[in-house]
Design a protein around this ligand. Structure first.
Ligand SMILES: Cc1ncc(COP(=O)(O)O)c(C=O)c1O
Length: 394
């Protein structure tokens, strides 16, 4: 028989499949244009032209060796380019040795967690959180500890955070811009987290690592600046990918940037590279390492997402929903008009609206919308939201 834990986890996340099946059923019944599916975070803008050009040129170049294995950390020249790019943005001094190429941000997270965790050590995550974190932590025998937000905000409750740390706390995961809220942590919030970590490290004589999951770091609006985690936290890793910034989620290309100030850094880096190997990733996709190195300064057109954010935010607020305007990623996370967000999301199906309940992100009472859909779909959804709002007296 297969693992009991997997069967249990599968049934706990069966709502994802249920939503997918519901969407397919509604589309068949009403046609694609009459179903408003805001569930999937699958970037739809095409990758920049420079990415396609690089890919074509690399494939056609006929250069021998381009499809072979390389170091488990990735190609040296690619890692050098990424280090240089981080240095230019932050003023830090990373070399290629501080970069490990991974199979997307998901691969990077698993490599770091595998490297750090002893059985039953704890990892703190802040709600609302990316639902996969719990599975990734469990993959490596860790325990997830969830810290809630301050009521009606997406700011971590610092008192609860402080009380959640004990001698078994190994790491915290920060995700900013956040999935599902689109929220960006301000520098003073990060400094408050740092102060608590430093005090607790002294109290327990431990090291608490900060894992910063940043796949949305290039999807930022309104001229907001993302504070540099590597500059604020000495014991930190940045996990990033090109899934959103270059619209390449299916190509599985990302990296880990290791803070050069970490102690035992040589052992740490060797361990990360080893874990990339033994988790079976072996190395990040060869061709796409080369592609992203040639497009390191490219980005998808952020205006596409900003326009959609504004359109969808206007519809929601005009129809009476309560929503904070996010400044990053491609999500909106409004309040459910009733406490039971699962019930609310089920009711929305009546108007062919597909939404995701906040419960799945550890934040009941909210619902998530992804704007990886066309402007037309967003505009056409107005009357559906209007009818839905009316049902709840908004
Ligand atoms: C917060 C967060 N982290 C990690 C990932 C995984 O990204 P990747 O496709 O680069 O593995 C996602 C994907 O949606 C995400 O939302």
């Amino acid at each position: 028989m297969i693992s009991k834990k997997i069967v249990e986890n599968l049934s706990n996340s069966s709502w994802i499949r249920a939503m997918f099946e519901e969407g397919a059923k509604l589309r068949k019944l009403h046609g694609d244009n009459n179903v408003y599916d805001f569930t999937l975070g699958n970037p739809d803008p095409e990758p920049p032209e420079s990415v396609k050009e690089s890919l074509k040129n690399l494939v056609m170049s006929g250069k021998p060796g381009i499809h072979r294995y390389m170091s488990n950390a990735g190609f040296n020249d690619v890692r050098e380019k990424i280090a240089e790019n981080i240095n230019n943005e932050t003023g830090l001094i990373l070399s290629e040795s501080h970069i490990i190429m991974t199979c997307g941000a998901a691969g990077g997270l698993n490599v770091v967690l595998k490297t750090l965790l002893n059985p039953d050590e704890e990892v703190i995550i802040f709600s609302p959180y990316f639902a996969e974190y719990k599975f990734y932590i469990e993959n490596h025998s860790g325990k997830t500890v969830v810290v809630s937000p301050v009521k009606d905000t997406f700011e971590p409750d610092m008192k609860e955070f402080e009380n959640s740390i004990n001698k078994n706390t190994k790491a915290i995961i920060i995700n900013s811009p956040n999935n599902p809220s689109g929220y960006i942590y301000r520098e003073d919030t990060l400094r408050s987290i740092l102060k608590i970590i430093e005090d607790k490290e002294k109290q327990f004589n431990t090291t608490i690592y900060v894992i910063s999951d940043e796949p949305y770091n290039k999807l930022i609006y309104d001229d907001v600046k993302l504070p540099s985690i590597l500059k604020i936290f000495k014991n930190s890793f940045v996990i990033n990918s090109f899934s959103k910034s270059l619209s390449l989620p299916g190509e599985r290309i990302g990296y880990i940037a290791v803070n050069p100030q970490l102690s035992d850094i040589d052992l740490l880096i060797n361990s990360l590279v080893f874990c990339n190997r033994i988790l079976g990733y072996v190395n990040a996709p060869a061709l796409f390492q080369k592609v992203i190195a040639q497009s390191i300064d490219a980005n998808v057109d952020v205006e596409i997402y900003k326009t959609r954010r504004d359109l969808l935010y206007d519809i929601l607020t005009k129809t009476g929903f309560s929503c904070t305007k996010p400044q990053g990623a491609f999500y909106l996370f409004p309040k459910s008009p009733i406490d039971d967000d699962v019930e609310f999301v089920k009711h929305a199906l009546k108007y062919n609206l597909l939404l995701v309940p906040g419960k799945g992100f550890g934040c009941p009472g909210y619902f998530r919308l992804t704007y990886c859909v066309s402007n037309e779909t967003i505009k056409n959804s107005y009357s559906a939201f209007e009818s839905l709002a009316k049902d709840y007296g908004l």
